[in-house]
Write a protein that binds this ligand. Structure first.
Ligand code: GAP
Length: 453
């Protein structure tokens, strides 16, 4: 049974070193979180699973990583500077600032209930910067609010250096920044977060079929790679399409408070390359774009057969990495009744995503022979390169098992006095708590089998 309450996940994340409140020792800063020793491992595992599926297992997708800060002009022509805003309402009595479309009742303050509110105004979500020695307050750059735009502006660079025929894609994983009015739901809506986005360039006319294919590909990835059961996921169409989008669906996961977005899938037509290209007049651009006389590069594709130059359409898949990890944690969390008034909390994570792949535990603390044997096994397991392997030398086997149940290694390996006699260790399985005796020399092969299933 997945977590029924977000607070259980928040408490586990803090207790076991997955996620902490940002700026915590100075009272915290809303919408910002720091990832601890196990949180960084899980984020890395999710990124790796995504990169593997999107880049290593395909011939038609390249990776890149752009700077987090970019010129104001990128965000002017992408439409973000004028249009990336949320409607903000302020309470005149208690000063609370609220996002109009997220208020419980649009006529009353969410906190004090008064109806004395300011009229809504557009609130810019991008974080502007005055880079270099510019006049006070002059914004000449932005922290990016998505990875997508910096992929579009590098379209020609990537295509020139690594030639591809259409259709092909470019992906990025990286930070995005949004000055959200009301961050909420722990790491669900943050002001600094991470995205994993694909921009897939296709011929106009082939876009509808490609869009449908990517919808299925991405949904399958959530099920097979993140281990989320199909019935906990669904497609949700956008109620209102952005002016550039031909189609837009979200993948939603059923969090304890209900279904909510974890990934967006968009047919963006030729809006993006059309917005940023030089010589817009040379092309038939279907989407409505801002006139651009400042771009210095044509972002077009030359058909090798016909020689015709045109602006490709874009199919976008945009996943939030923090939301993916959050969904995986919610799904893996189990509060198990063990009978006799005993219970345990266990994270039943897919082994590939577990922050620790195995914990090796000498049964008694600081017994040199046990420690040597345990260290030998740790060394052998680390050579596999599967990820983090822990030596747990704190005694008290029961407490150690409980701790590791909450962190999620698929197995614990216990070394005891008998091991010194016969070379056999106890392999304890996290999900079933079943224990088996196997030869220490067989442990690496078993672990590999468990993690790379
Ligand atoms: N380039 C398109 C784009 O950025 P989006 O729907 O705004 O689309 C994509 O964002 C994904 O990024 C969302 O599905 C969500 O998982 C994640 N995301 C967006 N805003 C977020 C926030 N404030 N905090 C955490 N994740 C966020």
């Amino acid at each position: 049974m997945p977590a029924k309450n977000i607070n259980d996940i928040v408490a586990l994340c803090k207790r076991r070193g997955f996620i902490y409140q940002g700026s915590e020792i100075y009272g915290g800063l809303q919408g910002l979180y720091d990832y601890g020793p196990y949180g960084v491992e899980m984020m890395k595992n999710i990124r790796d699973a995504w990169w593997r599926a999107m880049v290593y297992e395909r011939d038609d997708v390249e990776g890149m990583e752009a700077a987090l800060i970019s010129s104001r002009l990128l965000w002017k022509y992408s439409g973000h500077e004028a249009g990336f805003s949320d409607p903000l309402v302020e309470c005149k009595k208690c000063g609370l600032r609220m996002r109009l479309d997220k208020m419980k009742d649009e006529t009353k303050c969410d906190s004090c209930g008064t109806t004395d509110l300011t009229p809504p105004r557009d609130y810019q979500l991008m974080m502007g910067l005055s880079l270099g020695a510019v006049a006070d307050g002059e914004i000449n750059a932005y922290l990016r609010p998505e990875t997508a735009t910096t992929t579009f502006t590098n379209f020609k660079n990537v295509l020139d250096s690594v030639p591809h025929k259409l259709p092909f894609g470019i992906v990025q994983i990286g930070k995005a920044f949004r000055n959200e009015i009301s961050p909420r739901g722990f790491v669900f809506r943050m002001r600094e977060f991470e995205q994993a986005e694909l921009q897939y360039f296709v011929r106009p006319g082939e876009d509808d079929a490609q869009y449908e294919e990517w919808k299925q590909t991405r949904m399958n990835w959530w099920i097979t790679e993140l281990g989320i059961p199909a019935e906990k996921l669904r497609f949700a169409p956008h109620e209102k399409l952005s002016h550039y989008a031909k189609a837009a669906f979200d993948i939603e996961y059923e969090f304890p408070d209900g279904f909510d977005e974890v990934e967006g899938l968009h047919n963006r037509q030729d809006f993006d390359l059309g917005s940023h290209t030089k010589g817009q007049g040379d092309f038939k651009i279907a989407a409505q774009v801002l006139e651009n006389k400042e771009s210095t590069v044509k972002l077009a594709y030359s058909d090798p057969q016909t020689g015709e130059s045109f602006i490709p359409y874009v199919i976008e898949t945009a996943m939030g990495v923090n939301r993916a990890m959050f969904a995986v944690m919610v799904q893996a969390y189990n509060d198990e009744d063990l009978g006799d008034g005993k219970s345990r909390i266990v994270l039943k994570l897919p082994p590939k995503l577990s922050p620790v792949k195995a914990a090796v535990i000498p049964l008694a603390r600081n017994v040199p022979e046990l420690l040597d044997m345990a260290n030998g096994i740790v060394g052998d397991l680390r050579k596999l390169g599967l990820g983090r392997i822990e030596l747990e030398n704190s005694g008290n086997i029961g407490k150690n098992y409980r701790r590791h149940d909450e962190i999620g290694p698929p197995v614990c390996i216990t070394v005891d006095h008998q091991t010194l006699e016969d070379g056999m260790v106890t392999l304890r399985h996290r999900d079933t708590m079943v224990q088996e005796r196997i030869a220490a020399t067989d442990v690496p092969a078993r672990l590999r089998e468990i993690v790379i299933r």
